[in-house]
Write a protein that binds this ligand. Structure first.
Ligand code: FAD
Length: 257
């Protein structure tokens, strides 16, 4: 496939590198778990793509049959394969919205556009204790973070998933304890089990941090709890709404992603 960079807008101002649209194609597709599909996307336009830290994300623009403009949504780079100029993206199949529906049907050779990368998890050198929480949309980021953590760190992680069979094996050099929180058929974004488990956790007063991503309401509660009730410094809390119940193309203006 011949690929090239595309520029948004008609004006002549240079497009910032993270906003440049790159054309890429689907190279492989497989079901990881019942509600998660891994799609490998590659392109010569991804050569020298600046991916170096865990939980960096891209904006994916998928074609939609009923609209001329492709729809852009944020997705985490679960793994980047520099030599092949390919990345793995893990899509939650939640059953609504252009990206989830595209992922359900996606096949080798399908073409999409990518902008990015942006964001990432930054490890403070003095960090010793990390509390992680997230739902299945955050599982790709959590997996990448946990795999990148060094030895000597203790990590408590709570991960909400649709069903017990959606749990994944995550490896780490750090001392990680994961609690999976299956919803057992309850819809996403309704229960409070995830935020309850995260906010009930007591963190050591020093060298601790919180990383959280899930439905926007849960993220807001967790951010407030650690900032207002626990007095944790804002720089120690990264809490982002990755989606919002009932809202399409949600952007978390108050979050940290
Ligand atoms: C930085 C960042 C990284 C992300 N990484 C990933 C990732 O790696 N994998 C991933 O799958 N998602 C990820 N997300 C979440 C993803 O961007 C959203 O779920 C997005 O809404 C999906 O777009 P869509 O076109 O499928 O649905 P939209 O058109 O945005 O929404 C359609 C409807 O579906 C609902 N909805 C959206 N997401 C969900 C969900 N997960 N469960 C139930 N209902 C939902 C909305 O409330 C709305 O009613 C990430 C988000 C951010 C901000």
């Amino acid at each position: 496939m011949k690929t090239h960079d595309m520029h948004q807008g008609d004006d002549q101002r240079p497009t910032p590198p993270e906003r440049r649209l790159r054309v890429a194609e689907v190279r492989a597709v497989r079901h990881l778990t019942p509600h998660m599909k891994r799609i490998t996307i590659g392109s010569d336009a991804l050569e020298a793509f600046p991916v170096s830290r865990p939980a960096q994300w891209v904006k994916l623009f998928v074609p939609t049959p009923d609209s001329e403009r492709p729809n852009g949504r944020a997705y985490t780079i679960r793994a980047f394969h520099e030599r092949k100029a390919e990345m793995d993206i893990d899509f939650v199949l939640h059953g609504d919205g252009p990206c989830s529906l595209w992922a359900e049907q996606a096949d080798v050779g399908d073409v999409i556009q990518i902008a990015g990368p942006r964001g990432s998890f930054r490890l403070d050198p003095d960090l010793r204790h990390l509390l992680i929480g997230g739902d299945e949309t955050a599982l790709p980021a959590i997996g990448a973070i946990i795999e990148a953590l060094p030895a000597g760190l203790t990590v408590e992680a709570f991960i909400e998933i649709p069903d017990p069979t959606d749990a994944q094996i995550l490896r780490s050099r750090a001392d990680v304890r994961i609690t999976w929180l299956p919803r057992h058929g309850m819809p996403a974004g309704v229960g409070t089990a995830l935020q309850d488990a995260v906010t009930a956790t007591r963190l050591p007063e020093t060298a601790s941090a919180v990383w959280f991503a899930a439905e926007a309401g849960a993220a807001r509660s967790v951010r407030r709890h650690f900032q207002l009730d626990c007095g944790l410094e804002p720089r120690r809390i990264q809490a982002s709404g990755y989606w919002k119940k009932g809202e399409t193309d949600f952007r978390d203006r108050g979050g940290d992603s």
